[in-house]
Design a binder for this molecule. Structure first.
Ligand SMILES: [Zn+2]
Length: 495
């Protein structure tokens, strides 16, 4: 749907299509400024009378659109639970242990080099050392593990360093047994997949059976074997060509909150998750039981397994809920606007420093725990890639005053929001649920951002005319202006 502002008695005038006012088409938002031309169609010629507008005008419009129908690569991972034999299970534990050992040994080496003022060893240098370790008598057991996964853990270390230097994360730390045990096969040539018989062949493990919960699509790029909650999984990263989809639905703003997980600008909302709270009691009980056992005894190990199981169940429920929400939203909207919250800052400790102690420490730490518990970051990540799959867009907008601005008159005041859930404008008297108001404001800010972007790109995109390929005929107005009035109103056309 495209909106044109048209003087109907002007034939052959070029008009600028306003894509942003209410129904944007984000995929062609970088389109040219003079997007459409009104031609002298016979039905349109009837509109030459100065003061008359037919109730259903037909207008032919040539719309230049970017060539959007093209193939794109989609990377997707498919995760299955493995059903290993006892021997395979023992081997997988050993492989994960070997990878951890290599990672930690390399990290210790880099640290030592740094302290002696030497340069950090690169990936190739580390790989050479790995070969030495595999052949030295003390660590000869490393030779039992497949080579590629060991090299991959050196790659992981490289990435950890790169992230640290880019100030994305802290300094890489040593890996601990039971925390993120996994290893990765990067070479698809060494992997065989037999979906019909629900089995996968991995080097030095042989054929492994897995729970075939869904069909895997595309070609295998690499395979990761992680352990979680006492179970082993296989995560198959794939790549396939898909047709660039045309997004479905319109634009929506989302307000993230504690009382409601997500509120949409159309009034729909998702209940809070609080998966941790629901399992809090069970978790505390299990942790207490574990603390009463003698450390490293058999009963302690059993109690520990129970604690881990509850932890992984918390993770599972959260992931499941987030996936359901993000799938539903991304399937039904072409553009989603969301607050650009720095969750990392918000969930920082509220205690502060000795010189600057924080205020309302207790309340804030409660809020922070809730934010982490809700998985906002993960939700945003999922929305981003799922919208891209469906041809849509995610737009992050600055969060200032979204809950205090009146969407009706634009008045900004803290008084607009006397209570947590009710918004009532002190200027114009507009009333609505506070979360819905927040979502509406986020949506209109997203629109504004699009408009600004279009201003910036309109000059640069003039060259797009060569890629314009669709000439479409549009007819029929959804909202005809009242007959007998001469106006240069907005006419909505179905494109
Ligand atoms: Zn107002």
């Amino acid at each position: 749907m495209v909106i044109f502002a048209v003087h109907l008695h002007q034939v052959r005038i070029e008009v600028e299509a306003d894509l942003c006012e209410d129904a944007p088409q984000p995929f062609n938002r970088v389109a040219v400024k003079h997007l459409a031309a009104i031609l002298g169609h016979k039905d349109q010629m009837d509109v030459n009378l100065e003061n008359a507008v037919p109730s259903v005008p037909n207008v032919v419009v040539i719309v230049h659109r970017l060539n959007i129908i093209k193939d794109m690569k989609r990377l997707q991972a498919f995760k299955y639970e493995l059903i290993p034999t006892g021997e395979q299970r023992r081997r997988m534990s050993r492989f994960a242990g070997s990878c951890r050992f290599v990672f930690n040994k390399a990290l210790a080496l880099q640290k030592a080099r740094y302290e002696q003022g030497e340069k950090k060893l690169g990936y190739a240098g580390l790989c050479k050392l790995l070969t030495e370790w595999r052949h030295s008598p003390e660590t000869a057991w490393l030779a039992n593990a497949p080579t590629h996964p060991l090299q991959q853990s050196l790659k992981d270390l490289e990435r950890a360093y790169a992230n640290f230097f880019a100030q994305r994360t802290g300094f890489p730390c040593f890996k601990k047994k039971g925390w993120g045990d996994s290893f990765r096969y990067p070479d698809p040539k060494q992997i065989k997949l037999d979906q019909g018989n629900s089995r996968i062949f991995l080097p030095k493990l042989g054929w492994l059976r897995y729970r075939n919960s869904r069909e895997m699509l595309g070609t295998v790029k690499q395979v990761t074997v992680p352990a979680s909650g006492g179970k082993w999984f296989v995560s198959i990263q794939t790549e396939r060509e898909v047709e660039q989809p045309i997004p479905q639905g319109g634009a929506v703003g989302i307000d993230m909150g504690i009382a409601r997980f997500a509120t949409l600008s159309d009034g729909m909302f998702y209940a809070p998750l609080n998966s941790f709270k629901r399992h809090e009691g069970a978790l505390r009980k299990a942790q207490q039981a574990m603390s009463r056992k003698v450390k490293f005894s058999n009963n302690w190990k059993k109690a520990k397994a129970r604690v881990q199981k509850i932890h992984s169940r918390i993770g599972d429920t959260r992931r499941d809920y987030l996936h359901k929400c993000s799938t539903a939203i991304s399937q039904n909207h072409a553009m989603v606007c969301i607050e650009d919250l720095q969750v990392r800052n918000m969930s920082k400790s509220a205690v502060g420093t000795l010189e600057q102690p924080g205020k309302q420490v207790r309340a804030k730490s409660g809020l922070n725990q809730s934010i982490l518990d809700q998985g906002w970051f993960e939700f945003r990540r999922q929305l981003d890639y799922k919208l891209a799959w469906h041809g849509g867009h995610l737009i992050a907008v600055p969060p200032q005053n979204t809950s205090r601005t009146c969407p009706c008159c634009g008045h900004v005041s803290a008084d607009n929001r006397r209570t947590q859930e009710r918004f009532a404008c002190v200027e114009c008297g507009f009333e609505e649920n506070a979360d819905v108001v927040g979502a509406i404001n986020i949506l209109s800010r997203g629109m504004q951002k699009l408009r600004d972007e279009r201003q910036d790109t309109s000059d640069a995109s003039l060259g797009c005319a060569s890629t314009a390929r669709i000439a479409c005929e549009v007819s029929g107005a959804v909202r005809p202006p009242a007959a007998g009035t001469r106006r240069s109103g907005s006419i909505r056309l179905n494109a």
